[in-house]
Design a protein around this ligand. Structure first.
Ligand code: SAM
Ligand code: SF4
Length: 456
């Protein structure tokens, strides 16, 4: 496969060149058009990425909020990462887990420890985990991942496990599919080949093409729920955001379904990082714009925000179109049971507990969702997109968000969160227009009160 056909750097550079100095009228028209939720062309996305003027940026933010509300309502899906290993044979310059970081305390969790971590995450109220590990074929091969996933499903009430791990061969992706993962997530880090080469000097990750084609192999193996992203700060964000949109479009054209999510990680300080500074700093203003451009360009793709960002800034980004957040995260293997900062991948910034985070989410008028129903009801890939595009997905997601948040309030919430959460649930119930769905949701809420769980 000629991967330069997928990511054609000349094409991206030309788009960025042509998109400079576009009239205000044209930009306003693009923003207006985006509100139809039909997405943007690459040319239009490039034009919006060049916007610096506050008035126009504010119009983009309003449009992003409007689109998010149309498609996702006020729901915010909540999850936590579980790091099973920090052992790695690659040497990504920016990462605390890189092989040449001799000062890192290395650890691969045993199955028993994986279960303990998952239970600690479950005790915070989570139902959805993102399993993350370094790449070391002696420690974190497919058996390590599959056995960890299986053990968590078998021993806890965690209901969906997404995986962020190194690219694999099709046979291994099939094993991931068979063990019932939710999303397979992989970040290209940067689509700019020369920068990619510099940042990934050794190990299998130095192979750009092997990484770029990982999602093709995942699709071949039957995994149709995929997550992409770039590590913002490695190269010019305008180039990388456009390339992400191009990659997304390529997958959509080839497999009839684009990525389920795009993540927006910004480079963080890491223990013994080989980078002394961020090569291409991305400011908060830039990140707001990036979120808005993604929301306008690919309205049906979820946007994931991690605790790499500060509490205050995260609260703000929720308003701009983010649809999933991690909360209460640790980035070191075993970190939920025992805090060992010598083993972390990078420094998190938002260190609020899940409960504290949810209080804020609720106060901002969002409905936290621990729902995992779609993939368990086989609403993934094309089936999910068809429902989403008809806005039918609300009929499933909204009641399920209400029910799973109710479970959280019953089982894990502090007094204050419970009080504010119950008020929100009352409002949310009243938003359900379909009489039958509303009655069924009320019945299920009563069943939850009586002790039943996992009703969807
Ligand atoms: N080892 C696998 C890989 O690299 O694809 C999967 C796990 S890796 C720990 C997950 C992601 O963490 C990477 O794709 C990278 O984008 C991100 N990451 C690494 N170092 C980071 C840093 N210093 N700040 C923010 N994110 C970082
Ligand atoms: Fe290893 Fe992934 Fe970190 Fe690179 S980003 S050093 S592959 S864990």
């Amino acid at each position: 496969m000629d991967t330069r056909q997928i990511i054609n750097e000349n094409f991206i550079n030309e788009l960025l060149e042509k998109s400079k100095n576009v009239s205000k009228d044209k930009i306003e028209n693009i923003i207006e058009k985006s509100k139809d939720c039909l997405g943007l062309t690459f040319e239009e996305a490039a034009i919006l990425l060049q916007v610096e003027e506050d008035g126009l940026l504010n119009s983009m933010f309003h449009a992003a909020k409007e689109i998010k509300e149309k498609i996702y309502g006020n729901r915010i899906v909540v999850f936590a990462p579980l790091y099973t290993s920090n052992e790695c044979t690659n040497n990504c310059l920016y990462c605390g887990f890189r092989a040449e970081n001799k000062g890192l305390h290395r650890k691969t969790l045993s199955i028993k420890e994986v279960i303990n971590e998952a239970k600690a995450i479950e005790n915070q109220g989570h139902k959805r985990i993102l399993l993350v590990c370094g790449e070391d074929e002696r420690k974190t091969d497919i058996n390590h991942i599959v056995n960890s996933v299986k053990a968590i499903y078998d021993n806890t009430d965690i209901r969906r496990i997404n995986v962020n791990a190194a690219p694999m061969i099709v046979e291994d992706f099939k094993k991931l599919k068979d063990v019932g993962i939710g999303t397979y997530q992989i970040f290209q880090e940067t689509y700019h080949r020369e920068t990619y080469k510099k940042m990934h000097p050794m190990g299998s990750k130095s192979n750009y093409d092997w990484r770029l084609t990982a999602l093709n192999r995942a699709f071949e193996a039957g995994i149709d729920d995929l997550g992409i992203g770039v590590l913002l700060g490695l190269y010019d964000y305008k180039f990388d955001v456009l390339a992400t949109l191009i990659h997304s479009d390529y997958l959509d054209n080839k497999y009839n379904v684009g990525p389920h999510t795009i993540s927006i990680p910004r480079l963080r300080p890491a223990h013994n990082s080989a980078l002394k500074e961020v090569p291409y700093p991305v400011s908060e203003k830039d990140l707001r714009k990036i979120v808005a451009v993604y929301r306008l360009a690919v309205p049906y793709t979820g946007i994931i925000l991690s605790t790499r960002e500060s509490a205050k800034f995260r609260d703000e980004l929720l308003e701009l179109g983010v649809s999933q957040i991690s909360a209460g995260s640790k980035t070191n293997p075993g970190g939920y049971e025992e805090d060992n900062r010598e083993a972390t991948q990078f420094e998190t910034s938002d260190e609020r507990s899940v409960d504290h985070m949810l209080q804020i989410v609720v106060r901002q008028g969002h409905l936290p969702s621990f729902c995992t129903a779609c993939y368990r009801a086989k609403r993934t890939g094309e089936a999910f997109m068809e429902l989403a595009k008809d806005a039918h997905i609300h009929e499933f997601c909204h009641p399920n968000a209400i029910l799973t948040f109710k479970e959280y309030l019953l089982d894990y919430a502090s007094g204050k969160t419970k009080e504010e959460g119950e008020k929100l649930l009352e409002k949310e119930l009243n938003k359900i227009v379909d009489k039958k769905i509303k009655e069924e949701t009320i019945k299920r809420l009563e069943r939850l009160e009586k002790g039943e769980r996992d009703l969807y």
